[in-house]
Design a protein around this ligand. Sequence first.
Ligand code: GAL
Length: 652
Amino acid sequence: MNRIYSIVILLFIIGLSRVNAQSIDTIWLSSLDINKASLGWGQPGQNKSCQGNPITINGIQYASGFGTHANSSLYISLKGGSQRFSAIVGIDDEVKVSIGTVVFSIYGAGQLLWKSNIIKAGSPPEKFDINVSRIDTLLLKVDGAGDGNGWDHADWANAYFLVSGTKPVTVGRIIEEAVILTPKNPPSPQIHGPKITGVRPGHDFLFRIPATGNRPMEFSAKGLPAGLKLDEKSGIISGNENIPGRYEVELTATNKLGSCKRKLTIAVGDQIALTPPLGWNSWNCFACAVTQEKVFAAADAMINSGLADHGWNYINIDDCWMVKPDSDDPILGGKVRDEAGNMLTNKKFPDMKALADKVHSRGLKIGIYSGPGPKTCAGYEACFMHENQDAAQFAKWGIDYLKYDWCDYEKIAKDHSLPELKKPYVTMMEALGKVDRDIVYSLCQYGMGDVWEWGAEVNGNCWRTTGDITDDWSSMEEIGFNQAGHEKYAGPGHWNDPDMLVVGKVGWGPDLHPTRLSPYEQYTHISLWALLASPLLIGCDMTQLDDFTFNLLSNDEVIDINQDPLGKQASRILQLENMEIWAKPLEDGSIAVGMFNRGMFGSKIVLKWSDLGISGKRTIRDVWTQKNLGVFDTRFEASIPSHGVKLVRIYR
Ligand code: GAL
């Protein structure tokens, strides 16, 4: 017995000495493949800042480190082989302005392991040394500290692991599978899209009845005003009606498998854009690489993909269709206006009227871009001092939507006082008021002077509330979730616009890439924009729509929330750390609710009737899967993945 006991002790001592003898290596973070990091700007710096300078914080230079830029993340697989991780973190001294502010954080095993305070440019660095011995995958994050990510040049200086086993390796972002939730529409006819549309008396009306189902399909419409006619084969209603009024029209779509009816109110009156515009815009995919062919291909794809059958109808050309003053490029340069002062197009857009006619012949509408300054943002001819003439020109071409971008007017405006901010938008409002065409007026000045408070006053049908969106989580979430409080300014005819959609293949042209939003993030993006009653302008190359993107854009119950005739924008009704609940009242008395998880890890959210101001039994419907989830008494609880959403509709 004693012998056995001694052997056990001996084996234990041998084992222990093995452990002790096991060497501990120091592995520098900068020796790993840091190119796997994602950065808000610049390049991952190996022993350098994100701008390529030696890593320097608060006057001290560090030989080793990883220079990055918020919002930044880097995943490192440790597989339990590392004991400790330490570093000194701060904003690089190359930032000379005071706006750089960041927070560093480290996650592992589903938990926050360490978080810095808010670190400002020029402030002393923070130091940490944490135990990572049980961690499989580590995530190093740097986020802006609530003031955007401008100048957030962040350094992980002297960062190293003490390693006793498997060596650390960086890994790409772990992205969930893209699951399609939207059920396919049946082959029998279904009519979708807005339930109300507005037109001014005597102005051209164009409405392509959005209907899914097998073709051929026949359409009919009861109760159309006398000035409008329906093409029974294409379902396109056109014409012009002089007599103001609300015309209650009954639409019918019929194919071999059956027929479907739906009501459409045609409101002939002062107001247009009675529901948020739905369409496509060229900027987020092509930027200045846009051409007439690409625009027409987008219009074709809108029809051929089937998206137009769900209500999408605007095809909007953004910047870069005009002549670029002083350009040597024979395609872009040349005379900016003709002798009579009419604005000319560049050679990529040889015939704007023909393009507009072609788009209209499909039953779709066409939009254009310009600005109140002498030039556009991209340096092309704009409307300054030619507003009346340009508005008339747009109308003559058959334009239905004008995005009017402040940009270069910056050098004309005396300051950012309210009268100066409003002035150019009033001038174009008056010019548009003189043309005999309905042109949706979209103000683009990034929210200056709280434009939501006066956008409707200058006849804006929508106004950008923010700067430009990009296809990453931090940009999309910051813009989307910052819309709280704007809801009281939205309503039929005038909408807050938190910028265009970044799903599908985007890239600000000529090179495109799939959106960098993960599938859950894309569900969040579309759900939130639908709840916000935002104009929905698809920003991707329409000719490269994949099934997942189509799924996001063709869910009729999601589109119905956005297009609801009541025209209410959702309010944030609950904010608990990373969880948010937004609710939008709908015309039929039901409520659309988005339950969002902005955090790094999956979590449960409880929706209480008391938070919604309702009581009694309610039926909950999952909007993305279009399935009822049951009847609930006082609350509804859901597990929401990181960056994901549960979008529900609550019925009495
Ligand atoms: C920006 C605008 C973008 C895009 C761009 C064109 O000011 O916010 O959406 O239109 O100009 O140059």
